[in-house]
Design a protein around this ligand. Structure first.
Ligand code: HSE
Length: 429
């Protein structure tokens, strides 16, 4: 093995950073055999030097400033696993590229907000940016899209890409517990990000979807155009009734190029209970890729945690050690187009739940509203009455969200609706 070692600077010594150190210490020889040269960790940086960490860091230089680490002349690759879409993560990533270093990042927020500018800077400087760990943790979905499926026109990308949300939804389903109770459980288990809205508001998963969409459709990352809706309003009633109709509720990301522009959604959806997405349990992630030649591919695996995320980081570092170089989003950044965001999502069946006053003609009024809005009913059920109220569930034929919202607007004038109706898209998977 005559090649010079690949020298690494690592910024961030939280769960992921320590996972990277552990892999390097445990598998140094194996990785050297596979990469054709050794990978050497030269220097590390983190906020707190005194914290007890699950790895021996005594052999590495310490930099208290990640930007100084990123600029060091004795590294080839800067690994950024600090997180945050601005501040030190951005400054150090930019500094690394300016210094001519390759960048490996687990930072979905940074790339979702600044991916285009970083990619252009990297390409201008002859550097690569790799970010497998930023999307769906240990699942090698970026590699699948940029390499294995490079000969396909990608039709649709879907995924459950926030394990915390999937944990909450499946726990509600399996234990029959309300959202607030399971949210609290998730907090106690340490599953939630410091800002829980990143998880339950769909932001974290939306970041990931915007990155996959850029690769899949050759577009500039446009996180701001992702339609975002979190899981906070999903009730145990909806989970139970959806199950009754053969569905599961998931926080589902969908990206597809349509005649109306690029559609990017991260919203709660119903999926068939017996589909791979419907069967996904707990904190696991799943990404579904559809290409014109390959058909549908389903990738399932751990979306977070020390081992899986560090595994993805190391896959990228080893690629760089092997001198495999690829554009950030699978094609030169200057070629990525600014896609028009689709203003409305494609038509789909919808699940509607509402409570009606239990009196003659109530259901007929609702059916009329749906008809007037151009929405056709596929299935309907009326559930156990309580007092003067009648819970009603409707599954529509394909309709646009605008038509569904129009119908719901008309419901308000009927005088037979109690409370607010719930509408959830049913995704055909
Ligand atoms: N909080 C994320 C999740 C992991 O629950 O999947 C980091 O993106």
């Amino acid at each position: 093995m005559s090649d010079a070692p690949l020298r690494i600077g690592l910024a961030g010594l939280g769960t992921v950073g320590i996972g990277v150190v552990q892999i390097l210490q445990r598998h140094g020889d194996l990785i050297a055999q596979r990469a054709g040269r050794r990978i050497e960790l030269v220097a590390v940086s983190a906020r707190d030097r005194t914290r007890n960490r699950d790895a021996d860091l005594s052999g590495f230089d310490w930099e208290s400033d990640p930007v100084a680490l990123a600029r060091r002349a004795d590294i080839d690759v800067f690994i950024e696993v600090m997180g945050g879409h601005d501040g030190p993560a951005k400054a150090s990533s930019e500094a690394a590229i300016a210094a001519g270093h390759d960048l490996v990042s687990a930072n979905k927020a940074l790339l979702a907000h600044h991916g285009q500018a970083l990619a252009e800077a990297a390409e201008a400087n002859g550097c690569v940016i790799r970010f497998e760990a930023a999307v769906a943790g240990g699942i090698p979905v970026i590699k699948a899209l940029t390499e294995g499926l490079a000969g396909n026109q990608i039709k649709r990308v879907m995924g459950v890409m926030n394990g915390t949300c999937n944990y909450i939804l499946t726990r509600m389903q399996n234990a029959g517990l309300p959202y607030d109770q399971v949210f609290e459980e998730a907090r106690q288990l340490g599953y939630l990000e410091a800002d829980p809205n990143l998880d339950v508001g769909g932001v974290d998963a939306g970041h990931k979807l915007s990155l996959l969409a850029a690769i899949a459709f050759g577009t500039r990352v446009n996180f701001d155009a992702v339609e975002l809706e979190g899981i906070g309003s999903i009730s145990i009633d909806d989970i139970r009734l959806a199950a009754d109709m053969g569905y599961r509720i998931k926080l589902l990301g969908v990206a597809q190029m349509t005649g109306r522009g690029l559609e990017q959604r991260m919203t709660p959806c119903l999926v068939p209970a017996d589909s791979p997405l419907g069967q996904l349990q707990g904190g696991t992630n799943m990404v579904v890729l559809e290409g014109d030649s390959v058909g549908q591919i389903v990738m399932r695996g751990p979306g977070a945690g020390m081992g899986p995320t560090a595994s993805a980081v190391m896959g990228d570092v080893i690629d760089i050690a092997r001198r495999f170089r690829i554009s950030t989003f699978g094609q030169p950044a200057r070629n990525l187009v600014a896609a028009t965001p689709a203003r409305t999502s494609s038509p789909a069946p919808h699940y509607l739940r509402m409570t009606l006053l239990d009196k003659p003609g109530a259901l007929a009024k609702i059916a009329t509203c749906l008809g007037d809005a151009g929405v056709s009913i596929d299935q309907m059920r009326q559930y156990g009455h309580s007092g003067t109220n009648a819970p009603v569930l409707i599954v529509t034929h394909k309709a646009t969200r605008d038509d569904i919202d129009h119908a719901i607007g008309l419901f308000a004038g009927t005088g037979v609706i109690v409370g607010d109706p719930v509408a959830i898209r049913i995704e055909e998977v």
